[in-house]
Design a binder for this molecule. Structure first.
Ligand code: ADP
Length: 393
């Protein structure tokens, strides 16, 4: 059965078509700079790669071009071959703790939760509407970034603010990257053939979050009401004292919007280093003894280690720590520094194995009290799996 996984962003769209349940990727397409000049798309299939620079005005044109490519490249005979489409939806509020088949009610909810994710939900919804227009008989599934975190207890998700903010306005910790954390949790269970695991998953990409998982259920996560909180990220500040916002507004005359933009786009590793949000450039800076790159790395590592220590306590001793996403899968240096700073937890690194990149590997020695793994994340596959399971039911 052919299942399409779709991730619609504000100026990009990512598609991946799978043969399920074999989990075989038939084709992957990325459309970038939608609605801007110099738009282009790249497609990978059967070891082939195509890149075309053509103008597509909007998301609908991108979808149409991709579907036409599927037929032109003979990946499918007709659009009816696509039996289900899984849509990545950023915010499911506190209503959705699982993926669901999309109906009118789900569509209205995605729209309603746009107030909580104004940059993401509207464009996710646009993806659904385009597919429903082009493939009116298709079965569509919503896979929410927040769903996996819905198992947190109140003591984990309620902030220490007036309770009415939660009751009246939905102010609470939601958590994000849920599809990735869930994938990693399921994958380690498959690898070890066990379900009763206490796992800390570290999704360290441009955005980054850490989650504590017990018996496959999330009990804590570092992102909060929005994806701005938690650990230091590429350009996002992570947790700060909220009083800084008012203070900087007074000092600089910036508006709340401008300060929030600084916290989202000019902070984190970029803000500290003044050079880049990209870990590879920070690594270069460290080699050249750049003081602020060294500091950015130290702060990044320290925040990760602090969350892991805290979660280790909540889990009453973790069995496994997983490193994933761009930095987690590739940066030997970040992993090494995090593990070394956690030696008091009995973590013993295997330096040779820690040199691995982007492949599933244990990177601690056999006498390490907690086993650390690299596991490449696969959110697209997770979306396809959940879609397939719901459609097959
Ligand atoms: P996102 O999807 O959140 O943009 P990714 O998971 O693709 O993020 O991760 C992007 C980040 O991963 C980059 O900013 C870069 O810092 C880091 N990264 C990617 N490749 C490498 C590498 N080979 N070595 C170190 N860091 C890397």
């Amino acid at each position: 059965m052919k299942i399409l996984s779709l991730n619609a962003g504000s100026s990009s769209m990512k598609f991946q078509l799978y043969e399920m349940p074999e989990e075989k990727v038939l084709i992957a397409g990325v459309f970038e700079r939608i609605g801007l000049n110099n738009s282009f798309y790249s497609i990978k299939y059967n070891n082939n790669k195509i890149k075309k620079e053509i103008q597509f005005k909007n998301h609908e044109e991108a979808v149409s071009i991709f579907l036409k490519e599927l037929i032109d490249l003979k990946i499918i005979d007709s659009l009816e071959d696509i039996k289900g489409i899984g849509h990545r939806i950023v915010h499911g509020g506190d209503k959705y703790c699982d993926s669901v088949i999309i109906n009118e009610e789900v569509i209205q909810d995605v729209e309603k939760f746009s107030t909580l994710a104004p940059l993401h939900n509207p464009v996710n919804l646009l993806g659904i509407n385009i597919i429903k227009k082009i493939l009116p008989d298709s079965k569509n599934v919503a896979v929410f970034d927040t769903a996996f975190h819905q198992t947190m207890d109140k003591e984990s998700f309620i902030y220490s603010v007036p309770y009415e903010w939660y009751k009246e306005y939905g102010v609470r910790r939601y958590g994000f990257h849920g599809t990735s954390h869930k994938y990693l949790s399921e994958r380690i269970c498959e690898i070890l053939g066990r379900k009763d695991l206490k796992v800390i998953t570290c999704h360290l990409g441009g955005g980054a979050s850490i989650t504590a998982i017990k018996d496959g259920k999330c009990i804590e996560t570092s992102m909060g009401f929005t994806p701005l909180s938690g650990i230091t990220m590429g350009t996002r500040s992570g947790d700060i004292d909220p009083s800084i916002i008012e203070y900087i507004m007074q000092k600089t005359g910036k508006s709340i919007k401008e300060v929030m933009n600084d916290l989202n786009k000019k902070s984190g590793v970029l803000g500290i280093s003044g050079i880049s949000s990209d870990d590879r450039e920070i690594e270069e800076g460290i080699k050249n003894n750049d003081e602020r790159c060294i500091l950015a790395r130290k702060i990044f590592v320290r925040r990760i280690a602090a969350f892991i220590s805290q979660y280790n306590t909540f889990l009453n001793g973790a069995d496994i720590i997983i490193f994933s996403a761009g930095i987690g899968e590739n940066s030997e240096g970040v992993r090494k520094e995090v593990m070394n700073s956690l030696s008091s937890l009995g973590i013993i690194i295997d330096d040779e194995k820690n040199k691995s990149r982007g492949v599933e590997t244990v990177i601690t020695s056999s006498d390490s009290k907690i086993s650390c793994y690299i596991i490449p994340t696969d959110e697209e596959l997770m979306i396809a799996k959940e879609t397939y399971e719901l459609i097959e039911r």
